[in-house]
Design a protein around this ligand. Sequence first.
Ligand SMILES: Cc1ncc(C[n+]2csc(CCOP(=O)(O)OP(=O)(O)O)c2C)c(N)n1
Length: 667
Amino acid sequence: MSATSFQPMAYDRSGLADDRLVELYRELLFPRLIEEKMLILLRQGRISKWFSGIGQEAISVGATMALDPDEMVFTLHRNLGVFTVRKMPFGRLFAQWQGKAEGYSKGRERSFHFGSMEHHIVGMISHLGPQLALADGVGLAHLLKGEKKVALAFSGDGGTSEGDFHEALNVASVWQLPVIFLVENNGYGLSTPVNEQYRCEYLADRGKGYGMRALTIDGNNILEVYRTVSRLASEMRENPHPVLLECMTFRMRGHEEASGTKYVPKDLMESWALKDPIANYERFLLDSGVLTEPRIAEMRKVIKKEIESGIREGEAGLEPQNSEEEELADVYAPFRQEVIPAPVDGPATVRRFVDAVSDGLRWAMEKHDNLVLMGQDISGYGGVFKVTEGLAGQFGPGRVRNTPLCESAIVGAALGLSLKGFKSMVEMQFADFVTCGFNQIVNNLAKLHYRWGQHADVVVRMPTGAGTGAGPFHSQSNEAWFFHVPGLKVLYPSNPVDAKGLLLAAFEDPNPVLYFEHKALYRSVSGSVPDGYYTVEIGKAQVVRPGQDVSVITYGMGVQWAIRAVEELGLDAEILDLRTLLPLDYEAVRATARKTGKVLVLHEDTLTGGIGAEIAAFLSEHEFEHLDAPVMRVASLDTPVPFSRKLEDQFLPVSRLKEKLLKIYSY
Ligand SMILES: Cc1ncc(C[n+]2csc(CCOP(=O)(O)OP(=O)(O)O)c2C)c(N)n1
């Protein structure tokens, strides 16, 4: 749509008292005056970067004013008006932009990349798109709690091309979630004009494809935005459903200040300048006698004073002094696990690995009535491995939810649930498919607490591993991808007792946990599992076989391989089952290395950059003098997982395990 097809701005004030009109004006003016000041500070070199929302203020302000103060808003880089309407103290906001200790992220995050639960705002990560699914999670929380609330998430026109946009809207529609997806269509995504971004006439036209109510409005008309969002929100609170709301506007400045607007045709810029949301609204208020020039001048004066004082406060703030210890301590939400041991002679039943995982889920659902399970085919069908069989019948389809095929949106929704006090589990149908939810895990879940102190109470279950002739995309071991990401916990049980106890521990921990369960262990390994509720300590390895001559450090399927190989060779070997990979139990690694002086690390994952590399590095750096042999590794070949059973056998480390064991033994 070309800018010139707009009608001259017409304001409909019916039903709005003068006070409300003035309040809207003041809220509109505030972010504009902040921005004008920021541009001056930028020229003075007092701030380093600025993403301007000048010309788009009516959208942030009108939408936020229309919501209840406790309704969650998911913001992007041009939504200053959301922060000001929600009365975020400007001094602290400025300190945040300056990376000061007094900001909302202790100097760890830039500009608007933070949230404040006090203000019911969750800011973006840099990646465009993932914030949309978080709003789904919040909408789901409202549905499950029966709260008459909506959530609102912003996107730019450029952001609508991300897969996350499609996934989030589709989930919201399938589940009829009370979420407003508000697209600020400002003509450009960085330098890319909308005709190079999408092919439909209006972005709202996409709503039909999602089966979703959708509309396009003038985003520069504050009353139109305010009225529309007010009306939508009040309808959605009574009758939950999602809406795609496209607000037409224009980006009057560069993507960020340094990049300029040379690529924008001059006449386009000029035509949009005539539609300035503040100048037009001001004229309307003056013409209709709601405001006078002196009153406007007075309002400007008061706001400018507030801005100046905020800047002084922010500039006086301290540079962050966080020590290394403080930095590391904030990676995880504080949590001290109280291990609940199973009674020593309590009742126990022989259970297969797969049953132990199911039992763990059932106990967790009983213990935490705020726990929601989500995954593909997990409800009535019971999941492709039947781990969740029967749970939907017991706990209802609201808490045991089938999802559309969209890993990213579901992990994002899980995080949204967590923001509203829920716990959730996401079952990856196969661990391989986590690649489609990778961004949400490593950038959203993992970094959330460090960035602004909010926890992500999410467990992602990962049916993993090879040995079943399933080929490169149903067999991978990908735990090392996550092992490298601060903020995650990575659990990997090797037996039914730990499978249940670690899973229950994962649900107690408010931090994001990746829980790996080897598919080939599901029905091949059984054991006597305590019947009741118990937990296994996270971060604690276990010696599963004591020995003197050599240590095998391993986890998951590797434990079963090691036990068999050591027994068949008749070695006096110690086997250490890591059980948790992150945080790694370095003390247990150190202890077994000191005891035997020889360490072989075994894992099914491929060799290069695997967990074994970290253990070998740790031991050679810290325990060199206690070693009688170089730390050796035996792992899968550095290839994708092959389909043919013959090739897969060759790929897996078990084919080389005995040889490696004898080599280190006789070193
Ligand atoms: C996933 C991802 N890819 C690329 C970028 C780099 N980037 C930042 S903003 C931007 C343009 C965004 O355009 P749009 O969504 O229309 O929002 P606008 O900046 O116009 O408000 C790009 C390409 C990013 N942040 N995230």
